[in-house]
Design a protein around this ligand. Structure first.
Ligand SMILES: [Zn+2]
Length: 313
């Protein structure tokens, strides 16, 4: 049990829920708590710190927070998030004043990438690119073994333009990468397929409710050709985008997380094929592995906990 004496508290403040976990030095979760995301800005400032207070014990040495949005990591401020309430929430200041423990704050995809690099699918690699297919596309880099944030906001890869004049994105621009390959896009494809094929498997799996991405991926996994074709289109765009990222940064491995990655090789094989066709000189360089994330929905709390631990070093 000695390795569990020193713990950190990892907190994942996501777009729909928040999760808290005691994390040990190996990145193992010792205990875990999940609850809905606060609905107002005032609650976003007050609730996470009070839940954290209730979870403190003498073994905990530091707190790490991964938040869904733009984070100013040096000061520990959540500047803005498209799916979280509140603006410029000074989490680091709030937590350190209230709880008296060193607290670090980072973007949620960044900490997930750190978790995959340290104890997940990219363990042992020094140059890692993490792509998360959530509602949009999140990105995170580990370069030379360290999380890379640029001036602060590196990793917002979903908003790289891939089609000038393409579909309007939630960010206000047109043709962003995530308008072609994301959970939101797959949800749209599910609705379209159910509308054009009301007797098809996607519509059946939705059971009269609104068709969502999970119904499309479910149909694809059951072999439905329309659903497979739709996912292959998403994989095509995903591979094109990854090729751009690899051309720029040449990571040793690319980790793909998020719900659709659970479709596994059916989806990733098509992504790898598109990537290979899109990457400059791919016949003349070692293939870059594109693998599924290992830590699934726990990556955020584990990464937040590990980030807190590393900040003490
Ligand atoms: Zn955009």
């Amino acid at each position: 049990m000695t390795d569990r004496v020193d713990l950190t508290l990892g907190i994942d403040l996501g777009g729909t829920k928040m999760a808290f976990a005691h994390v040990d030095a190996r990145g193992e979760i010792v205990s875990h708590l999940t609850m809905p995301r606060p609905a107002t800005a005032a609650e976003m400032e007050a609730v996470p710190v009070e839940v954290a207070r209730s979870l403190l014990n003498p073994s905990i040495r530091a707190i790490g927070i991964g938040a869904a949005g733009l984070v100013e990591a040096a000061e520990g401020v959540l500047i803005w998030g498209p799916n979280v309430e509140g603006r410029e929430i000074r989490f680091r200041q709030i937590f350190e004043a209230e709880l008296g423990l060193p607290t670090v704050v980072d973007n949620d995809t960044n900490v997930s990438g750190l978790a995959e690099a340290r104890v997940g699918a990219a363990r042992g690699y020094r140059h890692v690119c993490m792509i998360t297919l959530g509602t949009g596309i999140g990105g995170a880099w580990v370069i030379d073994g360290h999380p890379y944030r640029g001036r602060g906001f590196a990793g917002e890869v979903g908003h790289i333009t891939v089609d000038v004049g393409g579909p309007r994105c939630t960010c206000g621009q047109r043709g962003c990468w995530e308008t072609f390959a994301s959970g939101r896009r797959i949800d749209q494809m599910a609705r379209d397929l159910a509308a054009t094929r009301p007797g098809g498997l996607v519509a059946k799996l939705a059971r009269g409710g609104p068709p969502e991405g999970q119904h499309l991926t479910g149909a694809a996994m059951e072999g439905d050709p329309d659903a497979i074709e739709a996912l292959e289109e998403v994989a095509l765009w995903l591979g094109i985008g990854i090729a751009g990222l690899v051309a720029a940064m040449d990571p040793e491995i690319v980790v793909v997380g998020g719900g659709v990655s659970q479709v596994g090789d059916l989806f990733l094989d098509a992504t790898r094929e598109s990537f290979r066709k899109s990457l400059e000189g791919s016949d003349h360089r070692d293939p870059t592995p594109i693998v599924c994330a290992a830590l699934k929905e726990d990556a955020g709390v584990i990464g937040a906990g590990l980030h807190a631990r590393e900040s003490l070093l």
